[in-house]
Design a protein around this ligand. Structure first.
Ligand code: 5GP
Ligand code: MG
Length: 183
């Protein structure tokens, strides 16, 4: 399937059905790994809100949820400059923290968030990300424990992920169509 958002063309990459199945399995794993603990899910806004909502429906253990908001992208370009938009609203000292991301690209955003959370001396920190681009990962982040899908180093939209603010409401995930340059 092919769609257009603003000036860009996209092709279907991952269907919602697959996402749902994978999310279910991650949820089951979390229920086992965090049995008898009360973890705090820290959703990274904006992109993770759809994944986090679906993931939490599969989590049956007692848990809390909070959010942080950072930004590094402008359109489909990673500016490399991370800006904190909304800081931590909760005391995470001695808590088991599960950071929930939509996608890990270079890893810079995640590194920034992990450092921010570690300052509060939590009992543990792990990362659950729906998507991971292994080829563009520049940081060695040992906290990445749960990964939905590894994807190629391409720009994706849908299921919470946007292009110029659009496309977050798409049920499936799409990748930007490669346009050969004319040079
Ligand atoms: P990183 O700091 O790992 O390079 O980038 C992470 C953040 O950039 C993600 O949380 C996400 O907001 C954004 N990002 C990275 N790759 C993509 C992509 O392919 N599509 C969209 N929509 N956002 C992306
Ligand atoms: Mg994100």
């Amino acid at each position: 399937m092919h769609i257009q958002i603003d000036d860009k063309d996209f092709n279907l990459l991952i269907e919602y059905d697959q996402i749902k199945k994978r999310t279910r399995l991650i949820g089951i794993q979390l229920n086992v790994d965090y049995d008898n603990r009360v973890p705090v899910f820290v959703g990274v806004l904006n992109g993770s809100f759809v994944f986090l909502a679906d993931l939490l429906k599969e989590v049956t253990i007692s848990s809390e949820v909070t959010f942080v908001k950072v930004s590094s992208y402008d359109g489909d370009k990673n500016t490399g400059v991370i800006k904190k938009q909304v800081g931590l609203q909760m005391d995470l000292k001695d808590r088991d923290v599960i950071i929930v991301e939509d996608i890990v690209d270079s890893g810079a955003t995640l590194r920034y968030i992990i450092d921010m959370i570690r300052e509060q001396n939590p009992a543990s920190v792990c990362v659950c990300t729906l998507l991971l681009k292994p080829k563009s990962l520049k940081e060695d982040i040992e906290e990445i424990t749960y990964v939905g899908f590894e994807i190629p180093d391409e720009f994706v939209v849908g299921y919470g992920l946007d292009y110029k603010g659009l496309g977050r409401n798409l049920k499936d995930i799409y990748r930007a169509q490669y346009v050969p340059s004319e040079t």
